[in-house]
Each structure stands twice: as C-alpha cells, then as structure tokens.
Design a binder for this molecule. Structure first.
Ligand code: NAP
Length: 246
C-alpha cells in the first residue's frame, strides 16, 4: 500500500474540492478538508465518515498567508503527518480586462497563485526537513490553453500555476516531492452554475464537442492517480477537459 495516504485539500467546502475529498477518502486517504465555511466541511466530513472513510474539517483562509505554519500544525494534530497537498481553492472576477481594478487583480492572484505558492513551500520545507516524500497537485484550468473574455487575470494565473508546478518539480526532483497540475475543462459547480444554467451558458455548452459540461466526479480517477506513491510523473499538466479545448 502507498505510504502517501494523508492529504490536505483546499477549497473543500464545495465543487471540485469536496469531490476530491470523497474520491481520495474512498481510495483510503485520510483527508483534511480545508476552506473558510467550516459548517460545510463538517457535513462533508460526516458524509465521508459515514461511508467508511476518514476526514477532518479545517477552517482555513488561504489568503491568510502567515497562518500556514500553524494551520498545518493543526491539520497534522488531527490527521497525522500530511504527505499530499491539493491546492484547489480558486476563483475569478468576471470583468473585461479594462474594468479590472487593482483590488480585483490582487484578489485573483492572491487566491489562485500566491496561496498555492506559500502553502506548497511551507509543506515542502517540512518534507525536506524530515526527509519525507510529498505530492502536490495544483488545480489549473482549461483557461491555460483557451481564452475566455472576462477572465484574463484568471487565465493568466492558471497558466502561471502550471509553470509553478514545473519550477517546484525541478527544485524538489531529488527530494522525493512530485508536483503536477490537474487542468480541468468546464465542470458545473458553485463557481459557474448560474452561468451554465443561463441561456448564454447553455448555448456555450451546446457548442462543446460533446455538447455538455462535466461533473466533479469526472475527475475522480485523475486526482487519485496524481496523489499516488509513484515518482515518474512530475512537473506535468494533465488536461482533463472532455475534448472541450480541441
Ligand atoms: N468548475 C470549473 O469549471 C473549473 C474548471 C477548471 C478549473 N477549476 C478550478 O477548480 C477549483 C475549484 O473550483 P470549483 O469550480 O470547485 O469552485 P467552487 O465550487 O466555487 O469552489 C471554490 C472553493 O474555494 C474555496 N475558497 C475560495 N476562497 C477561499 C479562501 N480565501 N480560502 C480558502 N478557500 C477558499 C471555497 O470555499 P470557502 O468559500 O468555504 O472558503 C470553495 O470551497 C478552482 O481553482 C477553479 O479555478 C474549475
């Protein structure tokens, strides 16, 4: 059995993050489910526990960068040493590039890029210090390869996170740490449900090659694979998008 079996998932209170927790717990991982809305995390962890898995809620605002040391201590006191990190929390501000304010720009960059950077380096310092293996999965997006008006900063952060995974992978390649990006296509979640339920969104979905958007469970196998105890895959982006970018 893999020795990499304790995972911290950010943005776990809804959408992809909640489903990553379910899939990883089903595969035998002990899960720390982190986000700001703790009540949602508690019910997710109860659901996972009732299904026979192990999961613990952790209140975490990933833009509170100086809290990461104490938050990882808290996570490890709940679940034991963390050896996988899934940087999933993310969002966008839907505005034309010419309308974005400095505050909008900082909001997206802080959440989608700065948070994964500092959470990953906090984890890696610990793994390197204790000679532990580690896995990091950064959640990118189809926006790294397909432009979307109104999401210029979002798309830029998602390209940047794929590059960040490569840089981290290279720096830590001889320290047992693998870093990859999972870059999904459009999947209906809280992030975009209103849009995909609207006539405009339904029209966009109708023009996709398979005339549909995905569901969070479409990523189950990929997230489990990327968190597994294999070393040959590092610095890569897995583009899982149902052919939407073709
Ligand atoms: N859905 C798609 O089509 C799609 C496609 C490609 C990539 N993605 C990426 O997948 C990831 C998850 O998106 P989703 O679709 O699942 O969206 P979602 O349902 O809106 O989930 C976003 C998650 O991020 C958390 N979050 C937001 N701000 C946070 C903060 N400051 N600190 C901690 N957690 C925070 C939210 O939890 P709280 O509000 O409780 O903190 C929530 O759990 C994002 O990185 C997104 O860019 C999504």
């Amino acid at each position: 059995m893999s020795e990499l079996k304790t995972v911290l998932v950010t943005g776990a209170s809804s959408g992809l993050g909640a489903q990553f927790c379910r899939a990883l717990a089903k595969d035998g991982f002990t899960v720390v489910a982190a986000a700001r809305r703790k009540e949602k995390l508690i019910s997710l962890c109860e659901e996972i526990t009732a299904a026979g898995g192990k999961a613990f809620p952790l209140a975490l605002d990933v833009t509170d960068f100086t809290s990461f040391g104490s938050k990882i201590d808290e996570a490890e006191s709940l679940a034991g040493p963390i050896n996988c990190l899934v940087n999933n929390a993310g969002s966008s501000v839907s505005k034309r590039a010419t309308d974005m304010t400095v505050e909008d720009f900082d909001f997206v960059v802080d959440l989608n890029l700065k948070a994964p950077y500092f959470l990953s380096t906090e984890m890696a310092r610990r793994w390197i210090g204790s000679k532990m293996k580690g896995r990091i999965v950064n959640v990118g997006s189809i926006s790294d390869r397909k432009t979307m008006p109104g999401h210029t900063v979002y798309g830029t952060t998602k390209s940047a996170i794929a590059r960040l995974s490569q840089q981290f992978a290279r720096e830590w390649v001889n320290q047992g740490i693998c870093v990859n990006t999972l870059a999904p296509g459009y999947i209906k979640t809280e992030l975009n449900a209103e849009y995909f339920d609207s006539p405009a969104g339904q029209q966009v979905a109708a023009f996709m090659p398979r005339k549909r958007v995905g569901k969070p469970s479409d990523l189950d196998q990929a997230i489990v694979y990327l968190c597994q105890d294999q070393e040959f895959l590092t610095g890569q982006t897995i583009a899982l998008d149902d052919g939407q970018s073709l």
